[in-house]
Design a protein around this ligand. Structure first.
Ligand SMILES: NC(=O)c1ccc[n+]([C@@H]2O[C@H](COP(=O)([O-])OP(=O)(O)OC[C@H]3O[C@@H](n4cnc5c(N)ncnc54)[C@H](OP(=O)(O)O)[C@@H]3O)[C@@H](O)[C@H]2O)c1
Length: 295
């Protein structure tokens, strides 16, 4: 195999596949030093910043470059001499479909998108692939290779339609990046109180962990507690007032999340629609007033 893009995902994938018995025959990246650093970790494969460095015996090429770079890299690769019809080419983007590899498909390569549903940094250990889902999308011949590759990683493949990719990736981004951003806002609100010196992860960790355990056990709707789920409008009003005094830019986020909480509580039958209606109105008005203030 060859890895293009020696970043977070390229590094984790290459290290894991070497553990699984794959041989890395080339690492290509924009910066030669980064390609060399990865090559060293996976058996000393040739490292380069040129696509032509992919040797002809390679039968699997993994493009682990930023989403926006995929079409250009695919074009450069397709322009090299290579037996493309015998070479599976995958990219690891969650949002882009296999069609981002069109120049390689035109050259005869089976192409797929192969998205590990995990968050990676450059030092993420290969075990991060254990039991995760890998969303695969593409033509049937490429999907067969994608299933085998997911198995080799110790993960399990889930097949996505091209039309679902953006929505699927939106859900993944909310689960990971959305959660990180939410914890950032928790920290920001905390910093406006006398607990500003406290470690927010130590303070809120047990609450977050217990909530997550409840979500796992009862689902998101079943895990919902708190003033919105109880229809406690005075407490919600106090939250909105406190936020508008110190962090008014967080009012729309609080209102949007609370609106979803109220919808969930109505769906599960713990909040009557008659009780929810004034709550929705209260939250809508808070957003309008926050927007009015920011004008
Ligand atoms: N990180 C995650 O949590 C995660 C999870 C699932 C999927 N993905 C997807 O995986 C892909 C890679 O993401 P990442 O997080 O690994 O990004 P990253 O850490 O930024 O790594 C991207 C790598 O691609 C190289 N690169 C950039 N442009 C290039 C080009 N034109 N030609 C060759 N190499 C190029 C970079 O160059 P240098 O040589 O300069 O380092 C870098 O090593 C993306 O499609 C992303 O959506 C990411």
């Amino acid at each position: 195999m060859a890895v293009i893009g020696a970043g977070a995902v390229g590094t984790a994938l290459a290290r894991r596949l070497v553990q699984a018995g794959y041989a890395v025959r080339a690492v290509v990246s924009r910066t030669v030093a980064d390609a060399e650093a990865l090559a060293e970790q996976v058996g000393g494969a040739p490292a380069s910043d040129r696509m032509a460095a992919v040797p002809p015996e390679v039968r699997l090429v993994l493009l682990c470059v930023p989403d926006d770079a995929i079409p250009a890299v695919a074009k450069q690769l397709a322009a090299t001499e290579h037996p493309w019809p015998q070479t599976v080419v995958a990219h690891t983007s969650g949002g882009r479909s296999a069609s981002a590899l069109a120049p390689l498909a035109d050259a005869g390569a089976p192409t797929l998108s192969f998205h590990p549903l995990q968050t990676f940094a450059r030092d993420t250990p290969p075990e991060a692939f254990d039991d995760i889902a890998i969303a695969i999308e593409g033509e049937e011949e490429a999907l067969v290779a994608g299933r085998a590759l997911a198995d080799a990683l110790g993960a399990h493949p889930v097949v996505l339609s091209t039309a679902d990719k953006a929505r699927y990736h939106c859900a993944a981004a909310l689960a990971s990046n959305g959660l990180a951003a939410l914890m950032g806002t928790v920290q920001e609100v905390l910093s406006t109180t006398s607990l500003r010196e406290a470690d927010p992860t130590a303070l809120f960790g047990p609450l977050v962990e217990h909530t997550w355990a409840n979500v796992q056990e009862r689902g998101a709707e079943g895990a919902l507690t708190g003033p919105v789920a109880r229809g406690d409008r005075d407490t919600v009003a106090a939250h909105l007032e406190a936020l508008s005094e110190t962090t008014p830019h967080l009012v729309p986020l609080y209102a949007a999340l609370s609106t979803e909480m109220a919808r969930m509580a109505v769906r599960r039958g713990s909040l009557a629609p008659d009780e929810a209606r004034p709550l929705f109105k209260q939250l809508r008005e808070a957003v309008q007033s926050a927007q009015g203030m920011s004008r």
